[in-house]
Design a protein around this ligand. Structure first.
Ligand code: 5GP
Length: 138
């Protein structure tokens, strides 16, 4: 399957669509998920084109994993979480809806189920949660 450079996350990377930004380094970008399934649910993506885990390069995966760990630690601190769930879906059959490689980071509390998918969050709430995660990075 080919990479479609007009997917939503490619457009976010190019600044064509807004997002609630969290973190950026040479190889990766992170922002809040617009339909969060947990408080602090956010996404890490490579800055370069990769459709999903099946075509990603070693360098893209290495860069993403470093950022995933950094942000997981910050999110656990920010939300006083008991753990973290990582999700990655590849191809439609694997549950993927946006075809630019991304890793979901979901802070988890003991006994608290994930919310159902598809519920849009208030941008002000996402901004407040992003601030908490960014503050916990430092
Ligand atoms: P997946 O491809 O992993 O199944 O799901 C894509 C994820 O991207 C979903 O969790 C969805 O809420 C999120 N998402 C879809 N469109 C947007 C968007 O425009 N902005 C942001 N920040 N997240 C989005």
């Amino acid at each position: 399957m080919d990479y479609d450079s007009n997917n939503i996350f490619a457009r976010i990377l190019r600044g064509e669509l807004p997002c609630v930004e969290l973190y950026e380094d040479e190889g990766t970008y992170a922002f809040m998920d617009i339909m969060p399934r947990a408080d602090g649910h956010h996404l890490v993506i490579p800055k370069t084109a990769a459709r999903n885990i099946l075509d990603a390069s070693r360098d893209q995966l290495t860069a993403c994993m470093h950022t995933v760990q950094k942000l997981s630690r910050a999110a656990v601190r920010a939300f006083n979480a008991d753990g973290v769930t990582l999700q990655q879906f590849s191809e439609a059959a694997g549950g993927q809806e946006v075809f630019h490689l991304h890793f979901h980071i979901l802070p988890r509390r003991d006994g608290v189920e994930l919310r159902p998918p598809g519920i849009m969050a208030d941008t002000a709430v996402l901004r407040e949660q992003a601030t908490r995660i960014v503050d916990a990075l430092n």
